[in-house]
Design a protein around this ligand. Sequence first.
Ligand code: 0RA
Length: 743
Amino acid sequence: MAEQENSGYNAENIQVLEGMEAVRKRPAMYIGDTGERGYHHLVYEVVDNSIDEALAGYCSSIDVVINPDGSLTVQDDGRGIPVDMHPTQHKPAIEVVLTVLHAGGKFDGSNYKVSGGLHGVGVSCVNALSEWMKVEVKRDGKLHHIEFSRGHVTKPLEVVGKCGDETGTRVTFFPDHEIFSCHAFKWEILCARLRELAFLNKGVTIHFRDDEGDAHHEETFHYDGGIDEFVGYLNQNKRPISPVIHFEGEKQGLTGMVQAEVSMQYTESYSTLEQTYCNNIHTIEGGTHLSGFRRALTATIKKYGLDNKLLKDKEFESLTGDDMREGLTVVVSVKVPQPQFEGQTKTKLGNGEVDGIVAGIVSDKLMTFFEENPAAAKVVIEKTRLAAAAREAARAARESTRRKGVMDGLSLPGKLRDCSERDPARTELFLVEGDSAGGSACKGRDRATQAILPLRGKVLNVEKARIDRVLANNEIRSLITAIGCGFGEEWDVSKVRYHKIVIMTDADVDGAHIRTLLLTFFYRKMPELIEKGYVYLAQPPLYKVERKKKSEYVLTDEMLTEKLLSLGLDDCEVNGKDGAPMDPERAAAFLKLLAEIEATAKMVSERGFSPAALVADDSARGSGASMLRKLFSSLAGYGYAPADWFGAGTAAGADGPLAKLLDEVRARGRQGLTVVRFKGLGEMDAAELYETTMNPEKRRILRVKLEDAVKADQMFSLLMGDEVEPRRRFIEDNALTVRNLDF
Ligand code: 0RA
């Protein structure tokens, strides 16, 4: 770190030092964690300052760029961070904002800060946790510049140019890799959050670009319709049965003005999606804004239904809030001057008065909406009635089975081969497709800790069935009893019987389908299992490779090719375009590229296109064309043209010198090897299945994570729901990126 010019430490300097050191010593206390989440949280902290400027009416456009060196820039056209001398700290205000904890707010205290990241720690924390940070401010006609390293000034504030009447702030930072275990910004993660921020703050334009690597993504988010457009976006794969209904208002709360905004729409779906926010923070655990909304919704539907004789008294008695929310998508966004966040992850809004404020806004205006749109009201109430009836039927069925002792865990499903260990933290449940694989799994397993539940036939698609049908399905009943947590109103995650629930299906299309059906079930009906990290996917190998009586298992096609190429390269050299032998690493990378070209070209031609023609045609669009173009531009880096791969014959197969080279190396790799492809789990004997897929010492299993709830809801609606057209489009757009398809 550079010496500071001023060597005499005063009280303020010590405050800065202690503040910055405190953040660096316990980063997790300030930003949650030092993994992927915390790394991206840095960006949100900086962007939140720009959003604040936008909320205050001074900023309309925010640019976010992932730079080629891995740093990130946030630029806005707000007022610019003040650069004049701070009245008490005897240094430029900008230095105070960036080095003193909680100094991000406005000094005069006139306008409260409602934004602020989840931890609301401000941009000074980002500075403390950055290897370097550079800030440029356009203000008062001048361009100002200041630099920091790990929270300390390395280049004091100076004027470096003019800016006319432009204003704004530009912050560039490189997170300290000594502190974080995550070392790169992910496009998808930032995209989801920036899109969300644009929905929540209507009219703001957020422009996002990725200049790192070859990716070059770019997207602009701007929604004049705000959260109404958000609801439309959330429902894009569902069939709406009402228009988007919008309510907003503001009311004096205990600590200042509370603003509330609600957008909702009913769809044909059987699931509910409630996205709630306070000061732009996603309140995953809900809170008083959500409870206020739910209370008002329930009361209003009941009152309207009774007043208009759409509900009989008896039906009225039994309706629950859940029934009235079936198929509902709602976004609730409130701005609260001094929010209290509670709950395990501090994402539950605690301010009591918000409940009443939201309820008040919703009940008045929802009643008006129903009165003005009786047809829509009728559809909603009919759906509510059907949901209640299905729930009642399911409860009756559950009670009758409970009398027979099926659902309470006393009597486990007959097909379950349970383990002897009783501590759930040590046990695993394998959900296995088919009886024959189930048999092998039973024979091979570790009886102490591994239980097997064979599943016969297809699991019900819960996306398209109401609760009564879900609970009538035998496979699903077995699952519920084996897992032990109950279902619906009686759900209790603490009763889970296994901390690892492993989906083990064949590596073919049917297996993928069953896996998706099971994941749909867990995501929609037992999401807490996924949140707690109890759900896993087994990774059975695709191949067995035998060499000199020694056998080895290979998980994927890519790994098999890699293996053959590496064996093949063991005893030969590859010459480059210039005729000189390549060094082994470069040769390996080169052949890997050729293998990728081969696989992609194969998929393209299987779908009726000519890969050579696509490459030759600059105007060709679609994922196939763009993947091939990217691969051939890498090939150009080695000095080769597409013709070196395709050869003379273009339409059918490639026969250029590079295609022959790939074949030759692979053939050498194959010498002395036997490669067996497993079609299904059933083809492995018990010992093989255990060794490759179940043995905790050797297997690889994937934990199912829920990274982005919005995306997950959309994907399950898309893949498993009723709307055919968006699904067809999705499959068409993504067909080329799907590997391991086996028909
Ligand atoms: C303190 C006071 C004022 C603005 C800001 C900070 C400010 C911070 C950031 C961080 C990124 N972009 C920003 N834009 C503004 C108020 C300035 C005034 O009163 O003129």
